[in-house]
Design a binder for this molecule. Structure first.
Ligand code: 13P
Ligand code: SF4
Length: 306
């Protein structure tokens, strides 16, 4: 089937089956066209928590679909391909987390340690965390806690970024996003010279030296908001390259530059596998109930923070 036909068929199946398509900003632009909502991790979690649809097709990566399932145990959550797996989410296991938590509790006291997990984690890791966070609310989440010592998993760069805006002791894990880790300060400096009127927007998964060369640090959807509201016309965008397509669509009268680094896992979804999974109701995401109940606490606690 060609693109037009696939789009038509997916739209028809969505109506017939009462399905909703939630799409992360990094997805292929043709997938935006069939999406009911396109957004960042926090917005997508909120949408997943609110939806009345019977089926959720999650066009993103594994942990996003899993989060939707944790919030909606009675709904069918489908991931177009199980190859869409975030490597950073695999950088901490529940066993490793528990071991580290116990060590810290011995050192600082049980009541003075909390675990904050980035949403880019498995359901098991969420189950052993006190609260979840995303790139758009990590600082707020950490500052909402009463504990002084915060074990922050798995992204060391986001943990480091948060540590600049809190008086808590952040104990970062050693995980990272391979896409954002590829940005270098020299590259940002060169881009700034090449586009002297551009403002630099960086995602907080970027390394500190890159953050230090940037003007605004925010989540993917916050980049869209900023570009829309700003009087400036040019932006250097330091996040996954697909974000440029979103920005061009949402803010068509401005210019965006990217170093062009792609997250191959986010691009594993395409119109064909979206169609296949919706038609056959395959690739269902499931989470064991005892894990789900505990993981939900960490997600619900985050969603309460406005
Ligand atoms: P946000 O869209 O929440 O900023 O996250 C980016 C990301 O890397 C998700 O995998
Ligand atoms: Fe994971 Fe990075 Fe890809 Fe986001 S961009 S899904 S954090 S590997």
């Amino acid at each position: 089937m060609n693109e037009q036909r696939l789009i038509k068929e997916i739209s028809r199946l969505k109506r017939k089956k009462n399905a909703v398509l939630l799409v992360h900003n990094y997805q292929r632009p043709e997938i935006y066209k069939v999406g009911d909502f396109v957004g960042d991790s926090l917005e997508l979690s909120r949408k997943a928590a609110e939806t009345k649809a019977k089926i959720i097709v999650f066009c993103g990566v594994d942990f996003m679909a899993e989060s939707a399932k944790i919030l909606n145990p009675r709904k069918k959550v489908l991931l177009p391909t199980f190859e869409a797996k975030c490597p950073m989410a695999a950088m901490v296991t529940a066993e490793e987390l528990l071991k580290e938590r116990r060590k810290l509790e011995k050192r600082y006291g049980k009541n003075n340690v909390a675990v904050v997990c980035y949403i880019n984690t498995t359901a098991e890791v969420k189950a052993f965390s006190d609260i979840c966070c995303t790139s758009s609310n990590a600082v707020k989440v950490v500052n909402s806690l009463k504990e002084k010592n915060i074990l922050f998993v798995p992204d060391k760069n986001l943990g480091d970024y948060v540590s600049r805006f809190t008086d808590k002791r952040i104990i970062p894990w050693k995980g990272f996003c391979y896409v954002h880790a590829r940005f270098l300060k020299e590259q940002v400096r060169r881009a700034k010279k090449l586009h002297p009127h551009a403002i630099v927007l960086a995602h907080p998964e970027s390394p500190r030296e890159v953050i230090d060369e940037s003007h605004i640090v925010c989540s993917t959807s916050q980049m869209i908001d900023f570009a829309k509201k700003s009087h400036l016309k040019e932006f250097i965008v330091l996040t996954e390259a697909g974000m440029i397509e979103r920005l061009k669509l949402e803010v068509p009268n401005k210019k965006f530059y990217t170093p062009g680094i792609i997250c191959t896992q986010q691009k594993k979804n395409n119109l064909q596998n979206v169609y296949n999974c919706l038609k056959n109701e395959t690739n269902e995401v499931n989470v064991a109930e005892r894990v789900r109940i505990k993981a939900k606490r960490a997600l619900d606690r985050m969603l309460k923070i406005k």
